[in-house]
Write a protein that binds this ligand. Structure first.
Ligand code: ZN
Length: 239
């Protein structure tokens, strides 16, 4: 279901032919227009560094169902995403690799609120490390057990919306649903971080079907690959 290769469509060939056909005869005495330049098939992916923001950690477990904790699922998928991205030549960094709270080591925000320290640590990292985009991994929760499926939240900004579109589309395919991304206006992270950022809610821990997927290593791999595929498409499109 996922796109397996990124090949530029042959639009350039059609465009070059159209130009040639439409050109007045006088044009033949002048050099061909730039549009006829040979295409660069082997266009390398731009140097991309993705910051994978692993939601919650340590004392902050996030959503939970019995002994299943959001923070653990986020980390499991994040590690897989890291490996998939690296295997595709897209350098990535994780902002936590174990079960700890980012607020514990905050260097940017001296406040007594652990939650604020945690969030500003995430923002501070995004500003310190030279990254092109930030993907924050989370798991959703609803009081209604029927609520299910992935949801991507984005900034009120074009690049973030584009990234969210590709991620949502890739995750929709895995789940067999049709959802559209939403702006996440109230979210501190999306407001505070300047680079294109999205929050990916991988599924609903409160829904039995989603929960089975989110806790299944094979599905975690599928979700990681879907997110990586969306990131790759974004990088390709955004240049
Ligand atoms: Zn969360």
């Amino acid at each position: 279901m996922r796109p397996t290769a990124f090949r530029r469509p042959a639009w350039w060939a059609a465009a070059a032919l159209a130009l040639w056909l439409a050109a007045p005869s006088a044009a033949f005495s002048s050099p061909l227009p730039a549009a006829a330049d040979p295409p660069r098939y082997e266009r390398a992916l731009p140097t991309a560094v993705v910051l994978i923001d692993v939601g919650h950690g340590g004392i902050d477990g996030g959503a939970h169902y019995g002994g299943v904790l959001e923070k653990d699922i986020n980390l499991q998928v994040a590690k897989r995403l890291y490996l998939v991205l690296r295997s595709k030549g897209i350098p990535a960094v994780l902002n936590r690799t174990g079960d700890y709270a980012l607020s514990d080591e905050n260097r940017w925000h001296m406040t007594r609120s652990r939650h604020r320290r945690d969030l500003s640590q995430r923002r501070g990292l995004a500003e310190t490390i030279d990254v092109r985009l930030l993907v924050s991994l989370h798991v959703n929760w609803s009081r209604s057990p029927a609520a299910r499926g992935p949801l991507v939240l984005h900034q009120d900004e074009g690049r973030s919306a584009l990234l969210a579109f590709f991620l949502q589309d890739a995750l929709n395919r895995e789940y067999g649903v049709r959802r559209i991304p939403k702006t996440g206006k109230p979210y501190y992270l999306l407001n505070a971080v300047k680079l294109p950022s999205v929050i990916v809610e991988l599924g609903f821990l409160s829904n039995p079907s989603d929960r089975a997927k989110l806790t299944d290593p094979r599905w975690q791999q599928r979700l990681a690959e879907a997110v990586a595929s969306g990131i790759r498409q974004y990088l390709w499109t955004a240049g």
